[in-house]
Design a protein. Structure first.
Length: 218
């Protein structure tokens, strides 16, 4: 039976969460909103529309959402040629693939952003498929991104593990019925990841790789 190892990307395989914090903060500032950076950080991992709604509330001017999203995309796009992979991210994917897992990415990124992230990871030869923002109607913490990743892999939930770095990842994985592994590389505390549903928590991709045999991916 096919086993699926589903990986989030931002903050899990590529060290981009704080780039998102700064560029979202600047997009909000340009539009006249004062949003604390710590609040933006806690929202990273949500899709653009959900992140804006989470931070500005339902009483905001929704006509401004597209402009905010476009501003963030333009600001973040300045880093596409130098997005930094997290240590051993590519090696982790290769080891998991060699152990017989089907490797699938589940990310809110799409288009040029997703291409830049995959280039940073440099492991396309072992990535079977990608469930991107373009493929689902609802992003994390809804289970749809993880469920779509499982469909692409042809694996049932009981034969899958989802690796992510935010509470949104853990909640999405739990709702999809898969085991969840949390990584601290996105800056979210261990206790928060465990409370959101992580079965195990590791420092980063390198730590998970070193502990692979005793992890849910072992």
């Amino acid at each position: 039976m096919t086993r699926a190892a589903v990986f989030d990307v931002d903050g899990t395989l590529v060290d981009t969460n704080h780039l998102h914090v700064v560029t979202w903060w600047e997009a909000f500032r340009q539009a006249g909103h004062r949003v604390p950076m710590h609040a933006v950080h806690r929202a990273v991992g949500l899709g653009s529309d959900d992140l804006i709604a989470h931070l500005l509330g339902d009483d905001r001017d929704e006509d401004q959402d597209a402009e905010l999203s476009a501003a963030h995309k333009a600001l973040y796009g300045q880093y596409f040629d130098r997005l930094p992979p997290l240590r051993d991210a590519g090696a982790l994917l290769r080891r998991v693939h060699d152990a017989g897992w089907t490797v699938v990415l589940a990310t809110s990124a799409s288009g040029a952003e997703l291409s830049a992230l995959r280039s940073a990871i440099d492991a396309d030869d072992v990535i079977a498929a990608t469930a991107s923002a373009d493929d689902v109607e609802q992003g994390k913490p809804a289970p749809e991104p993880v469920e779509h990743a499982l469909e692409l892999a042809g694996a049932p939930a009981e034969q899958a593990v989802f690796v992510g770095d935010t509470v949104w990842d853990m909640r999405a994985g739990r709702r999809a019925g898969v085991r969840c592994v949390g990584l601290l590389s996105g800056g979210i505390p261990r206790a928060d990841l465990l409370e959101a549903g992580a079965d195990a928590v590791y420092a980063d991709a390198a730590d998970l790789l070193a502990s692979l045999s005793t992890s849910p991916l072992g």
